[in-house]
Design a binder for this molecule. Structure first.
Ligand SMILES: [Zn+2]
Length: 342
């Protein structure tokens, strides 16, 4: 009995130390311990030498040993050839895991809408770099160095080269289009712009603009008004009224700000329109002759108009968003409110 106990103890230690790494090693274990000539069966053969009064205790020991040997084998059953195939079997007919769908950013929804309207009016989209040089961003647009108009746009300059800056408006793209010298020009320039502003509900260090430029023979202020009127009625509905107020921009003469009747109160007065009934949406004007000359275009022959609007401003009016910071905080509770197919 004592020798049987000792043998079971030794074999138990051996079993615990065996860690098969593949199907062959597992099979070798099975043959050694669980096979028809294996050690488990061999140890059971020792029962006949156990005295009758100890047979019950010996039977329990042997059964426990056999279960341990079998359990050890089962714990590596994933190594078996057949099971390995089953483990990697995938049922491709099962429904897939849900993929979370995002929504378009409200600024992109509005920018797409602006572009779509102007494309229908015959404008092509033009794009340009966000890091610009002084010529394209300022000087070519009638804003030479020391011109006071530069003070209207606090600018980020690139330390590596004082001539480089983050564009303060997408008018720089218009400069690049005019540089190509192909007339007539009818482009819309959407994009991100940068200004050194303190971030608040009403100002941000980056925002988005959509500017437009139309240059051809015999383009008049009437064309400007009609084009922009067509735009706002498409954007805000046919009941929108417009008004133009004289303004100043260095690259246009005459220049105007365009207001629309308030989309919230319809003109009776509310917080959006600051109780005036009117909401400012864009600046515009006839392209300054000096600007045309900067690009070797004859102002006696050609004329044109330009306009520029803030995408955030249009979005604010359309969705009544009253804090600019919401657009760049990536808060999904805000972003999920905007769903669209466009
Ligand atoms: Zn109002």
């Amino acid at each position: 009995m004592e020798s049987l106990k000792a043998r079971i103890e030794t074999l138990t230690q051996e079993i615990k130390s065996i860690v098969p790494a593949n199907a062959e090693e597992l099979e070798a274990y099975r043959i050694r311990f669980l096979g028809t000539k294996g050690l488990v069966r061999d140890v059971f053969g020792g029962m006949k030498d156990v005295p009758a009064e100890q047979k019950k205790e010996a039977g329990q020991l042997l059964n426990a040993f056999k279960q341990l040997a079998e359990a050890h084998y089962e714990s590596f059953s994933h190594l078996q050839q057949g099971n390995a195939g089953n483990a990697s079997f995938a049922d491709f007919s099962l429904p897939g895991a849900d993929i979370a769908l995002g929504t378009r950013h409200p600024l992109r929804i509005v920018e797409n809408k602006i572009v779509e309207i102007f494309e229908r009016l015959g404008f092509a989209v033009a794009e340009g770099p966000e890091i610009e040089d002084d010529w394209h961003n300022f000087t070519s647009l009638n804003m030479p160095e020391d011109h006071t108009a530069r003070d209207m746009q606090d600018t980020f300059y690139v330390a590596q080269n004082p001539d480089w800056l983050l564009r303060t408006h997408t008018s720089s793209v218009q400069a690049r289009v005019l540089e190509e010298g192909k007339l007539p020009v009818r482009v819309i320039c959407p994009g991100r712009v940068y200004r050194n502003e303190t971030i608040s509900a009403r100002a941000h260090c980056f925002f988005h603009q959509c500017e437009g430029l139309y240059i051809d023979e015999n383009v008049s202020f009437a064309d400007l008004k009609q084009t922009l009127y067509a735009f706002v009625t498409e954007m805000f509905g046919p009941d929108i009224r417009v008004r133009f107020r004289p303004s100043y921009f260095p690259f246009t003469e005459p220049s105007a700000e365009m207001d629309i009747s308030c989309t919230v109160c319809g003109g009776s007065g509310c917080s959006l329109c600051k109780h005036t009934g009117w909401v400012e949406i864009l600046g515009c004007g006839m392209v300054h002759p000096d600007l045309l000359r900067n690009f070797n275009i004859d102002p006696e022959k050609y004329s044109g108009f330009a306009f520029g609007m803030g995408v955030e401003r249009i979005t604010q009016i359309r969705y009544q968003v009253n804090d600019l910071r919401l657009y760049s905080q990536n808060d999904v509770r805000f972003l999920r409110q905007f769903t669209t197919n466009t």
